[in-house]
Write a protein that binds this ligand. Structure first.
Ligand code: NAI
Length: 462
């Protein structure tokens, strides 16, 4: 066992291992990749830094990467999302992991730094939200003498800057060297993908990137069906509130919003949706949800959930108008969807981990989940294994692609080819007893495909 780890309690490892054993039975895509590539070890030589929620499902991903030959070091991408028994099981299996549920922001960036500490340096990144990529690129810019603070005064940016300065002092030139050694990054989520496209647009992406999020078998499944299960799970574990009959507002009707609205409807809530995009607003309306503006429902609704990947969606003026004991939470990647910083000078009463009651000037109180960080991972255990298997099968295929064929890629953002997307889906059919119809050659020719696929043109939207 390695001693190179930071977990809450290593004695949780056996419990973690039992849950991992169960998760493996629900993750057919990852297990099929072990079967297909375990002997060939296509990731031999890859030294992968993982920055992704340290859950049981991620533990199965990590062990798949190791089985395919990679060296792996891991940090969580969120301070509340770690499952301590999963981290313990992974540490006990010999993989250096740095993740504790409820770690501070300072620890978060320190642990990310530690996850880069391969003796020969990292050469691949597997990211969720882009923190590992950001760390290396910001550090390299700081080494080049640039001022790296985009929003001076932001608590997290000050923490990042301090961590970067510490590393620069201890190992001059480390960021530039690390940046130049990275062969590629695979990115898990919508928000991280935005960051990558932005870097590319500015000519600042120094290595190839694969956008895993926009595999159909990722965003149309994890973001949607995953949130459909895990949103209500988080609200229930946090509050035990009766959702049936209550009015819930979902801000944003993209993939996560669609799953979240369905989740709340499934629990019996009367769901309203806010949107800025007329296409998504029309989709919400035609799915049977009332499309409203927040200001019109802020006083009457019981539950507010942000799903936008945007900032300042629920603001202080909204929270001040909410009814007593309204529940407020976010399921988007970052904590700036709700203006939590503006609540700091209010009276907070901690109810239990990741549940706070905050008193407004009117005397009304609101219940804030996970301090505005993604509540399905903060208050519950994130998405179920089966849907994460689809996401993580894409991750592993992306890592194999970048590691084995990286030189064929430019410094751009790519998505996996459709035949691999279809392969990921196919690997998940048998588990749920789904039988695929085969195309006759004449039928295939009639619709302009081959019987083996791909079955749709690139522009098809699913
Ligand atoms: P998306 O782009 O499909 O959907 C976001 C929607 O929010 C868009 O339709 C957009 O028009 C809308 N929107 C933007 N600003 C708005 C505003 N001010 N008011 C109302 N609507 C607004 O993105 P997706 O894939 O749904 O992801 C959303 C967020 O959730 C991202 O941060 C992503 O990284 C994160 N995510 C979280 C997961 C979790 O398990 N918690 C899983 C997958 C993604």
């Amino acid at each position: 066992m390695t001693s190179d780890f930071k977990v809450r309690d290593i004695s949780l490892a056996d419990y973690g291992r039992k849950e991992l054993d169960i998760a493996e039975t629900e993750m057919p895509g990852l297990m099929a990749l072990r079967e297909e590539y375990g002997a060939a070890k296509p990731l031999k030589g890859a030294r992968i830094v993982g920055s992704l929620h340290m859950t049981i499902q991620t533990a199965v991903l990590i062990e798949t990467l190791v089985d395919l030959g990679a060296d792996v070091r891991w940090a969580s991408c969120n301070i509340f999302s770690t499952q301590d028994h999963a981290a313990a099981a992974i540490a006990k299996a010999g993989v250096p992991v740095f993740a504790v549920k409820g770690q501070s922001l300072e620890e978060h960036w320190d642990y990310l730094d530690k996850s880069f500490a391969f003796p020969d340096g990292a050469n691949m990144i597997l990211d969720d939200g882009g923190d590992a990529t950001l760390y290396v690129l910001l550090g390299a810019r700081a080494e080049a003498g640039e001022d790296i603070l985009a929003v001076p005064g932001s608590e997290e940016e000050e923490v990042i800057k301090a961590q970067i300065q510490k590393r620069m002092k201890e190992s001059p030139g480390w960021f530039t060297k690390t940046r130049d050694a990275i062969k590629g990054v695979s990115e898990e989520t919508t928000t991280g993908v935005h960051r990558l496209y932005d870097l590319h647009k500015k000519g600042q992406l120094p290595f190839p990137a694969i956008n895993v999020n926009d595999s159909v078998t990722k965003s149309k499944f994890d973001n949607k069906y995953g949130c459909k299960e895990s949103l209500v799970d988080g609200i229930r574990r946090a509050t035990d509130t009766m959702m049936a009959g209550k009015v819930a507002v979902v801000c944003g009707y993209g993939d996560v919003g669609k799953g979240s609205a369905a989740s709340l409807r499934g629990a019996g809530a009367r769901v309203k949706v806010t949107e800025v995009d007329p296409i998504c607003a029309l989709q919400a309306a035609m799915d049977g949800f009332e499309v409203v503006v927040l200001e019109d429902v802020v006083q009457s609704a019981d539950i507010f959930i942000t799903t936008t990947g945007n900032k300042d969606v629920i603001r202080i003026e909204h929270m001040r108008e909410m009814k007593n004991m309204a529940i407020v939470g976010n399921i988007g990647h970052f904590d700036n969807e709700i203006q939590v910083a503006s609540l700091k000078n209010h009276k907070w009463t901690n109810i239990k981990e990741q549940v706070d009651m905050i008193e407004m000037p009117s005397g009304n109180k609101i219940i804030l989940l996970s301090e505005g960080r993604l509540l399905n991972l903060g208050n519950a255990t994130g998405h179920p294994s089966f849907v994460m298997s689809a996401s993580f099968t894409n991750q592993v295929l992306a890592q194999i692609e970048l590691w084995t064929k990286g030189e064929q890629y430019g410094n751009q953002v790519y998505i996996l080819p459709k035949h691999l997307d279809e392969k990921v889906a196919k690997l998940h059919l048998a588990k749920i007893g789904a039988k695929l119809t085969e195309l006759a050659p004449e039928q295939a020719a009639y619709i302009g495909v081959t019987p083996e696929g791909p079955f749709k043109p690139e522009h098809y939207r699913y």
